[in-house]
Write a protein that binds this ligand. Structure first.
Ligand code: ADP
Length: 613
């Protein structure tokens, strides 16, 4: 067995790998960037090496620094996690050339699955069903048009070097093919430096089905059944489950065997995932499930497979990389119950899923569900990396059981003042189509509005919060702006709300002045006469919500402004954010200039209320 392991990653996956390594008595080495100096994975590892500045391309993506860190600490092996360098065949080769163990497949296996057309051609040769389409070398527009006509519309044009949902065009009819082709080729050339495309039949009612496979260096390959990841937002998975609803034993046997054949065809060692697309217009049928691509690494959603099989996939990875055979035979593996995973992101569904960064003042996901996270209360969520802050996973005897437990766990999730998508996830898990397992990858795009969480807590929750505040205030002798009929004015995340106070019940989670309901958390404070109350935008101080650059200042000191009026434009995380006046008033202070770089939490403008409310 490997004695020591360097984890070339960060966040939840680094913590996940460290946990298993420790349990197996393997010494762990973390690597970290400037932004991660205090990160959980750094504290959990036995040793940690600083590898550079915060941007990933100067730290987590620099293979040489990572190999040097392994050498310096005497680590014998490197686990890449997912993302970053995990599917970089040249890095895998460099690790091997440095005399280290690579916890992953052979570089040639990674390469074989790298380009979409070559991977598909290889799968066809191995007898694996692939989506009907055209893969040819003849890239002339006339030939491509003729092939598209023969496939039948709608057709999907894909860049052979594409990835991350980029370089794809859906074409509805022959007349628009030429224009779509030209635009796809332009995007492919500029994004991937390769304008070659392939054509696929566009699958209507598509479901994303994937199979976990595992190989060892003795030629054994097993599968650990399927996952369904059809609930996607912009081709990104949001909720994943195992097994796939509506999968018959025959269909499962066929698709899992196809996955094993695919892995064998590239001489696969370690954990991998074969992704398929299914035409589910008439349920899941073996003759309508086609190979899409292979991910040659551990997948984000691997925990749902662990939950239904009882296998620790990271343990298997470390054993196989150490030269042991796969610990179980195919006939020793079985599905037990149902598991669902939700990806918790630091983002604001009400603002177009804008990433939300800064200090996580309150963070509590309870202890009922399996939580995989790389952050703790008090940690900073940095703008440099993926905004996923946790995965919440539940297991039940049945799908509904797992689903209800997951709703309960997310419902009471406290994430503040950073915004999270927990409210959106709760709504998705309660959506009638999800409940009925009537899944397809377009569900969120079609019905996204119904999944947007409410801007404010319910009247009931507010009335009880008001009652609690009135009670607390009475005790402390605090003078509230409350009329005798107990109408209370509150500030809910800086927004003034008037509510009839009520004796608090036990329904609502209450953590001091934080109110959590349906996966969302708000700060609730008394609104004090005179206009200056504690916290948020209440005192009119407009802080930079994240590090960024000011691109425009729209107001001058002393100017009157109306509620909602734009004050400053901040460019951060490749997007522009307008910061607006929280109420009518006057610009009392202005400390912002166009072109200026600002830190998160820095005060830019202070608005004085027009008059005492
Ligand atoms: P990428 O490598 O950019 O992620 P994929 O080929 O994996 O691209 O496809 C991404 C997503 O696009 C899939 O998860 C699926 O939702 C959708 N998709 C891909 N191929 C088809 C197809 N032939 N028909 C319908 N939808 C498709």
């Amino acid at each position: 067995m490997i004695g020591s392991l360097l984890i070339a990653n960060r966040g939840e996956i680094a913590c996940r790998i460290i946990r298993t390594a420790r349990a197996m008595g393997v010494r762990t080495v973390a690597v970290y960037s400037d932004a991660d100096a205090d990160a959980l994975h750094v504290r959990q590892a036995d040793e940690a090496v600083h590898i550079g500045p915060s941007p990933a391309r100067e730290s987590y993506l620099v293979g040489d620094k990572i190999i040097a860190a392994a050498k310096q600490t005497g680590a014998e092996a490197i686990h890449p996690g997912y993302g970053f360098l995990s599917e970089n065949a040249d890095f895998a080769q460099a690790v091997l050339d440095a005399g280290l163990i690579w916890v992953g497949p052979k570089p040639d296996s990674i390469r074989a699955m790298g380009l979409k057309d070559a991977a598909k051609a290889r799968m066809i040769a191995a007898g694996v069903p692939v989506t009907p389409g055209y893969l040819g070398d003849d890239q002339s527009p006339a030939r491509l048009q003729a092939e598209a006509d023969a496939i039948g519309y709608p057709v999907l044009i894909k860049a052979v070097a594409g990835g991350g949902g980029k370089g794809m065009r859906r074409v509805e009819n022959a007349a628009e093919f030429a224009d779509m082709l030209a635009s796809c080729q332009r995007e492919a050339a500029s994004s991937f430096g390769d304008d070659r495309v392939l054509l696929e039949k566009y699958i209507l009612s598509p479901r994303h089905i994937e199979v976990q496979v595992f190989g060892d260096s003795y030629g054994n390959v097993v599968h650990l059944f399927e996952r369904d990841c059809s609930l996607q937002r912009r081709h990104q998975k949001v909720i994943e489950e195992a097994p796939a609803p509506g999968m018959s034993d025959e269909t499962r046997a066929a698709v899992c065997q196809a996955a094993v054949n695919a892995a064998r065809a590239v001489d696969y060692v370690g954990a991998g995932t074969i992704e398929f697309i299914a035409d589910a217009s008439e349920g899941l049928r073996a003759d309508r499930i086609w190979f899409m691509e292979m991910n040659t690494r551990l997948q984000v959603e691997h925990p749902v497979t662990e939950e239904i099989t009882g296998v620790d996939l990271v343990e298997w990875q470390l054993r196989v990389a150490s030269g042991e055979p796969i610990p179980k035979r195919q006939d020793e593996l079985a599905i037990d119950g149902w598991a669902i995973e939700a990806r918790l992101y630091a983002e604001d569904p009400a603002k177009g899923f804008l990433p939300s960064v800064g200090r996580l003042e309150a963070f509590d996901l309870g202890d009922a569900a399996r939580i995989e996270t790389g952050v703790e209360e008090g940690a900073d969520v940095s703008p440099f990396y993926d905004p996923m802050i946790a995965k919440v996973i539940t297991w039940g005897e049945t799908r509904d059981d797992a689903r209800e437990q997951l709703i309960d766990a997310l419902d009471t999730a406290v994430v503040w003042p950073i915004r999270s998508n927990a409210g959106f996830l709760v709504k998705a898990l309660e959506h009638p189509a999800f409940v009925a397992a009537d899944l397809d990858t377009g569900l969120i795009a079609r019905d996204g509005d119904a999944l947007t969480p409410d801007a404010l807590p319910s009247e009931d929750a507010l009335a009880e919060a008001a009652g609690r505040i009135v009670g607390d205030a009475a005790l402390s002798g605090f003078r509230l702006n409350a009329a005798p009929n107990r109408t209370v004015r509150l500030l809910v995340d800086g927004e003034a709300v008037e509510i009839e106070a009520r004796e608090p019940g036990e329904e609502i989670e209450d953590d001091g002045l934080l109110l959590t309901e349906a996966g969302q958390t708000w700060s609730v404070t008394p609104f004090r006469a005179g206009g200056v109350a504690a916290g948020g935008a209440a005192d009119g101080a407009i802080l930079s919500p994240m590090p960024g650059r000011i691109t425009a200042v729209e107001v001058a000191a002393g100017q009157s402004v109306a509620k909602g009026q734009k004050l400053v434009t901040l460019e951060a995380m490749k997007m522009e954010h307008g910061l607006v006046a929280p109420f009518d008033g006057m610009v009392a202070e202005l400390d912002a200039e166009a072109g200026q770089q600002v830190a998160e939490g820095r005060m830019l403008v202070r608005i004085e209320r027009a008059e005492a409310a």
